[in-house]
Design a protein around this ligand. Structure first.
Ligand code: ATP
Ligand code: MG
Length: 268
């Protein structure tokens, strides 16, 4: 999905990116939901090939504002994919042990090995997002991190990791609706976090921090995709299609097995 890829070096103004865009899939919501199933199956097939070939490593980074849909994206895009084939890693507030070390320490140990797909639900980008917005470290410190992150990701890419980064783009009204839904529905109320209201007040600061992330860290080796995410079905289709395109570009093949194996007959 080239349309949503942030051109390396370009300056991102999120006002110019429509969270309701539906250029790539003009179908109805019902049709759009149906279209995900074959994509799930395709991802499952490609995952098996990735595992069999044991060559490439795939890292998917998901970032979004609160209620942006990271969890739903993971649930929907990987539905029906072999659960052994995908590892999800969620990054929460760092522990004291983690805070005592550099911010990439806890991240690096979770990067994918050969044949693996790892999804980061939040990531090292929190160290230039929440950390910047709440001034958890001085500007001199977080300001150096963009370049450090680019270098880290370039190293991973040079060592054979395919990196796809998705920013799930919702607007402030959509967040209001989703928070309200959580409150109104007894089965969703547990998801409500009063802290999210405090973060919501910082919406402009977060937007600013995201614009810097998207402008400074979309690279040839680890591009960002800005996914229109007000519509959940559309968001799922964009993420699934982008992943499929990236996996298909690898031209993977099942490893050769010795020809004579095809002649073996197992006696019962
Ligand atoms: P949900 O969508 O289910 O609420 P979540 O990803 O928001 O999932 P939470 O446990 O609500 O999960 O929040 C995790 C919190 O950890 C977020 O507020 C995030 O900003 C914070 N966090 C993650 N990484 C860091 C970091 N490096 N420094 C400080 N806070 C961080
Ligand atoms: Mg949360």
């Amino acid at each position: 999905m080239k349309r949503y890829r942030v051109k390396p070096g370009s300056k991102v103004d999120l006002k110019e990116w429509d969270p309701n865009d539906r250029t790539e899939f003009k179908e109805s919501k019902e049709e759009g939901k149906q279209m995900l199933l074959p994509l799930n199956q395709k991802i499952d097939e490609l995952q098996e090939l990735l595992y069999a070939e044991h060559r490439h490593k795939v890292l998917i980074v998901l970032q979004a504002m609160d209620t942006g849909g990271k969890d739903g994206t993971i649930r929907n895009v990987f539905e029906g994919v072999n659960p052994q084939g995908v590892h999800i890693v969620s990054f929460k507030k760092p522990t004291l042990d983690e805070l005592d070390r550099d911010y990439l320490w806890r991240v690096h140990r979770h990067v994918p090995g050969k044949g693996e797909i790892v999804v980061f639900n939040r990531s090292h980008y929190e160290d230039v997002l929440v950390v910047r917005v709440h001034e958890l470290v001085p500007k001199e410190v977080w300001n150096q991190r963009y370049e450090q992150i680019n270098n880290f990701e370039r190293m991973l890419a040079e060592e054979g990791t395919i990196i796809l980064k998705f920013y799930l783009h919702i607007d402030k009204d959509e967040q209001a609706q989703r928070l309200q839904e959580r409150l109104d529905d007894p089965q969703k109320r547990w998801k409500f976090n009063p802290g999210d209201l405090e973060e919501r007040k910082l919406w402009p600061e977060y937007l600013n921090a995201y614009e810097d992330v998207l402008s400074k860290t979309s690279t040839e080796w680890a591009p960002w995709y800005i996914v229109p995410a007000n519509r959940k079905w559309y968001r799922n289709l964009v993420v699934a299609t982008t992943l499929i395109e990236a996996l298909e570009d690898l031209n993977m093949k099942f490893p050769d097995a010795p020809e004579e194996w095809s002649k073996i007959r197992i006696e019962s």
